[in-house]
Design a protein around this ligand. Structure first.
Ligand SMILES: *Cc1c(COP(=O)(O)O)cnc(C)c1O
Length: 360
């Protein structure tokens, strides 16, 4: 068996140790005589898996006690609507910082529910930077300020946390969650689809400060309500049990790596290896403001785009897959999430060097 080196932006690479353990436990989880997929979500076995996953996540991210952890479904896309549905709290509008494709999608969806104030936008420079917070035109009466802390497509990442005073900060962390320690208490709400840095698609994580729950207007459908989800311990209806089980294994794997401080060191090393080579190559190019480059998603272009197809073909021959850039920006993109070992990033850089030697 040859395992590929998978640079997909999501669903994405998972730690091999997690896949092996899941395979070992597939037919008979801990002597229960059944697969986790087959378990009743109300049964003791699954309830223990669910509780452990939440406890490990709380420990990893040091989530304060006044925050709820919700295991939801519908992807980050569902949160684009659920955030305004639940957090408007009688206010008329919300502030959005527009740093790329995912910010745009979030704010477009919010426009269905409220007045959206685009307090800052990086559109003027093709979404290659984060507008300086001193220039954000924030509304003191906004229900919340929404940011996307890592633009998965553009490869722009916040390496700092904005200060929005008393207005709750809401962050789409789909492609950066668990890649580094963050101070959860600085945020009112954090959400993330699982398929980038957590586990299988189908699970959506929401971390929300308790005082922001329960003021949704108008009365939302039950499955869209943070209050209903929180009251029922993420089991108002059947949760994505197998996805939560795998996420739980990933949380345990992260703890074994030394937690988020240790994984951040790895992630910084991996990103530096790739960006340093790109910058030095004279052939590949990344357009993002250097201090705001994403550690998770690295878009790059070839100096001669007519070589794109040859680049991808040669990569595939070395089992380096999913390097094609998003259709909206073109070029290439290497996603190097937590589960991507540094050796795999080195294999990519080696290939890029060889490609330049033979085509540059
Ligand atoms: C992938 C992604 C989304 C969309 O996630 P879905 O689970 O497909 O809804 C939203 N925001 C960011 C930052 C993403 O990376």
């Amino acid at each position: 068996m040859t395992r590929v080196i998978n640079f997909s932006a999501g669903p994405a690479v998972l730690p091999e140790a997690v896949l092996t353990q899941a395979a070992d436990e597939m037919l008979d989880w801990h002597g229960s005589g059944q697969s986790v997929m087959e378990m009743s979500h109300r049964g003791d076995e699954y309830m223990a898996i669910h509780a452990q996953a939440e406890a490990d996540l709380r420990e990893l991210m040091a989530i304060p006690n006044n925050y709820k952890v919700l295991f939801m479904q519908g992807g980050a896309t569902a949160q684009f609507a659920m955030v305004p549905i639940n957090l408007l709290r009688g206010k008329g509008g919300a502030d959005y910082i527009d740093t790329g494709e995912w910010s745009k999608k979030a704010l477009k969806e919010a426009q269905l529910f409220c007045a959206v104030n685009v307090a800052a936008s990086a559109k003027d420079r093709q979404y290659t930077y984060i507008p300086d917070p001193s220039a954000w035109r924030l509304d003191a009466d906004a229900a919340y300020v929404h940011i996307c802390t890592n633009e998965t497509i553009g490869g722009v990442e916040y390496h700092w946390t904005p200060d929005t005073g008393d207005v709750p900060l809401v962050a789409d962390m789909s492609s950066t969650i668990l890649s580094r320690p963050i101070d959860v208490s600085r945020y009112g709400l954090i959400y993330a689809g699982a398929q980038k840095n957590i586990g299988p698609a189908g699970l959506t994580l929401v971390i929300v400060r308790e005082d922001l729950i329960g003021q949704a207007v108008p009365t939302p459908p039950s499955f869209c309500s943070y209050a209903v989800c929180a009251e029922h311990g993420s089991m108002y209806n059947t949760p994505p049990t197998y996805a939560i089980y795998i996420a739980g294994l990933v949380f345990q794997w992260l703890k074994k790596q030394g937690g988020l401080e240790a994984i951040e060191v790895q992630n910084a090393r991996k990103a530096a290896l790739l960006y340093d080579y790109i910058d030095a190559s004279g052939f590949f190019r990344n357009p993002v403001e250097p201090t705001q480059r994403s550690r998770m998603n690295v878009p790059f272009t070839l100096s001669d785009p007519s070589l794109d197809a040859a680049f991808l073909e040669g990569a595939k021959a070395r089992h380096l897959i999913q390097l094609k850039g998003h259709r909206s920006v073109g070029g290439m993109r290497a996603s190097i999430y937590n589960a991507m070992p540094i050796e795999s990033v080195r294999a990519l850089v080696d290939y890029m060097q060889d490609f330049v030697a033979s085509h540059g």
